[in-house]
Design a protein around this ligand. Structure first.
Ligand SMILES: Cc1cc2nc3c(=O)[nH]c(=O)nc-3n(C[C@H](O)[C@H](O)[C@H](O)COP(=O)(O)O)c2cc1C
Length: 202
């Protein structure tokens, strides 16, 4: 199967990115991971995590942190546009941007492929491949809403990580899983073999 691209930007929902990565690897998928410069700052500010920038060291870091040995993980620098995923001729299954900052949303909508994430999103839209965007901001201003609308019109799926309580979550991890299921659903059946809603509890 063609690999997934997972991009993480400097918005405030990094645990969603980590869980998405873990589930894709657990499912045996190949994942090309790109963190924006802002994502490193948010990992540091919110979780006290110093994620290595060097691709090989970063790969070892995630393997260790997620206790993961399955699947394939390839890490890229945010400014390296010479890598495979920057080109439309390199086949991928889909791209997810989790979480997606309003800065990245704006740059993708403007066609400004200044970094690898924006370039890769541009490639997925032009090639007609799935692009799932998990925007993280609240409240949205009119510029955010217009940018997100334009991306939806261009073919992206806007999957805002909005919590719900109908599944009766007990912990934050339950809530993270609920949000990640909603991101992965529609890409592949049973990609995330997690607890699902099956009607009201009797
Ligand atoms: C701790 C922290 C949390 C942030 N949370 C958000 C957020 O939820 N949404 C957002 O759009 N920007 C957020 N920002 C601002 C972005 O990180 C900033 O605009 C950055 O330039 C985005 O760059 P990027 O899109 O390349 O990651 C946050 C910044 C910090 C330091």
């Amino acid at each position: 199967m063609d690999p997934y691209v997972l991009a993480v930007t400097g918005a405030s929902a990094q645990p969603l990115a980590e869980r998405t990565l873990q589930l894709l690897l657990q499912a045996g998928r190949s994942v090309h991971l790109v963190l924006s410069k802002g994502a490193y700052s948010v990992f540091q500010a919110e979780q006290g995590l110093s994620v290595p920038v060097d691709p090989q060291r970063q790969m070892n870091f995630w393997r260790d942190r997620l206790s993961s040995t399955s699947g394939e993980l390839i890490c890229h620098r945010w400014n390296d546009q010479s890598v495979s995923i920057a080109s439309g001729s390199f086949r991928t299954r889909a791209m997810l941007i989790v979480p997606c900052s309003m800065g990245t949303v704006g740059r993708i909508n403007a066609g400004i492929a200044s970094g690898l994430i924006e370039r890769c999103a541009d490639v997925h839209l032009k090639e007609g491949r799935p692009l799932v965007i998990a925007p993280r901001e609240t409240p949205f201003n009119l510029i955010h809403l217009r940018n997100l609308t334009a991306l939806a019109e261009a073919g992206a799926r806007i999957a805002a990580p909005i919590p719900a309580w109908y599944t009766q979550p007990r912990t934050l991890d339950d809530m993270v899983d609920f949000l990640v299921i909603r991101l992965l659903d529609g890409l592949e059946r049973d990609l995330a073999p997690l607890q699902r809603w099956s009607g009201p509890i009797e």
